[in-house]
Design a protein around this ligand. Sequence first.
Ligand SMILES: [Zn+2]
Length: 565
Amino acid sequence: MHSSEVNSMRPYVVGCMLSLSVLGISANLLADEKPQIRLVLQITVDGLRGDLLNRYQAGLGKDGFQYLMKKGTTYTNAHYQHANTETIVGHATLATGANPSQHGLIGNVWFDREAKELSYNIEDPDAPILPTREESTEGDQVDPAQKLARTKGRSPVVMLAPTFGDGLVAYNGGRSKVFGVSSKDRSAVAMAGQVGKAFWYSTDNGDFVTSKYYYDEYPEWVQAWNAERKAEKYAGTKWELSAPESSYLLIEQDDRPYEMDLKGFGRTFPHSFGDGDNKALYTQILFSSVGDELLADFAKELIVNEKLGKGVFPDYLSVSFSGVDAVSHFFGTSSLENEETVRVLDNTLADFLKFVDKKVGLKHTLIVLSADHGNPDMPEYMTEQGYTVGRVDPEELVAVANKAGDELGVNEVVRFFYRPYLYLDEEKIAAAGLDPVKIEARVAEAVTEMEGIEIAVSTKQLAAQEGTLLLEQIRRNHHPIRSGDIYVAQSPYWFLFDEGAIANMHGSPWRYDTHVPIIFVGPGIEAQKVHRQVHPVDVAPSLAAALGMSPPAAAQGQPLKEVLE
Ligand SMILES: [Zn+2]
C-alpha cells in the first residue's frame, strides 16, 4: 500500500476506532499494518543459475521454490557485476552489499604476497577447527581451492567489509543473534560475518564443525546432532531418482563420457555411496542431494536450540545449500544430477519453510533467496548441441606467457597461474631492470591471442583502459594487494581450470555465470515479477532498509524499492 493511500484512509480508521475498541480489537493492529519481523532468513543456493527454476518448473512442488515465487517479489534479471563469479566472491557480495574490490574476497584462492604462496580464502592458522570426535580420519578433499589451504583453521578475518548481520547486531544493541550454516566452510563463514557464528559440514566425518574463532567448545545441541552420526547412515546406500524417469527433462543427460566418476560414485543413477570405512563417503554425500537434506536438518536444530525468532529483536540465519553447485562441477549444469538435486532441494525447502512457519511464523520472517553465481554448460555438451568450444590448457597458457617474458629477457616470468589471475615474478623483472608494466602488457597480449581466451589484461593498466562492460567487471574484482598481475577471462563456454580436477567450472564474466535469482518474501512485500536489471549488491542494503537500518558500512548497492514499499 502506498503512503498516499494510507493517508486517504486515515479519517475512516479514526472514525471506526471507538467501535473497534468496544469490540476489543487493538487500535495498534490498524496503525501497524505489517507484522513484526522476528527472523531474517537468507537462503543461498550455490550455483543456481537464474534460469534453472524456470527450466525445472514442471517438476517443482507448490510449497518450495514456487511458494517463494508466488508469494514474493521475484527479480528475473539479477546479475553479478564482478568478473570472477566464484563461491566466496558471490557470498561475500551478498553478505556485504559490496563488490569484491571493496570486500576483498576476490577469488576462492589468491596469492599470499608475504609468504609467496597461494592461499585459500578463509584459512586462518589462529582459528583451528574444534574437534568433534576423539579420533577422526581425514576425508578426501576434491575441492581444488580447499586443497591449497595451508591450515585447517577458518575465520572471517580476511573480510574487509561488514556484513548485514554485523550491522544488525550493532543496531540492536547486541540483542540480535546471527548464524551462518552451509555444507561449505566459506559459504557459512562469509555470511556470518565478523560478529555471527558459523557451522559447516565436514567432509572428514560428516559432522557439522566450527572453529576457535567462534567458540571454545561446541554447544550441547551441536554435540548431540553430531553424536547421531546422520551422515554415516548413508554408508552402503544409493542415491536414486526420487520421481518417475519420464518426469525428468534431462533424463537423457545422465551417462556422458565427459562427466566424472567420483571415487566409485559412478556417472549414472543410482549412484553408490561408499561404505562407512570408505573415507570417500562424506565427500560423495556433498556431491548428491543428501548434503542439502543434512544441512536443513542441522538448521532446524539451530533454530530451536538457539531460539531464533523468539526475542524482541530480529535474528538472522543464513542457510547456503551447496548440492546444486557440487553436482554441476562433476556432472555438468545440464545433467540429470543437476535436475534431481534441484527437485530434492525443492522438497527440502518446502519442509524447511513449514518448520520455520511453525517455530517462528512465516508472517514474521523476511526471506531472501539468491545464489552466489550461475553456472555454465560444459564445452562438450555445447559442442554436441552444435556450438563448438573447448578447454584451454592452463599449462599451455603458462608456456605462452613465459615465452612472451623470455622474449623480453625474463626467464620463466610466471610465478603462479590460478585462474583468473596470472602472478608474475616481480623480483626477476626487477633484477632484469625491466618495466613491469611493459612486461605485463606484452604477456597479456600474447595470452589474449590464444584460442578460447577472450581477454588477458594487465591489472596495473585497468584504470587507464576504456570501460567496456568486461573491463568494468574485471575492475570491480580488483583488489590492489590480493589480485594478480594479469586477469585472464575465457571466451563464452570455454573451460579454464586445471585439467582433470573437475568437469565443469563457473567463474567466467559471462551471463550464464552472472545471472542468479533474487526473491524477497516477507511482511508487506507484494507478489510480483520484476524484470528490471538489479544486482546482488542490492540484497544486503534491501534487508537493512526493510528493518529501518542504514546499509552495511561498505555497501555499494541500493535498497530495492519493491522491498521497501
Ligand atoms: Zn558457489
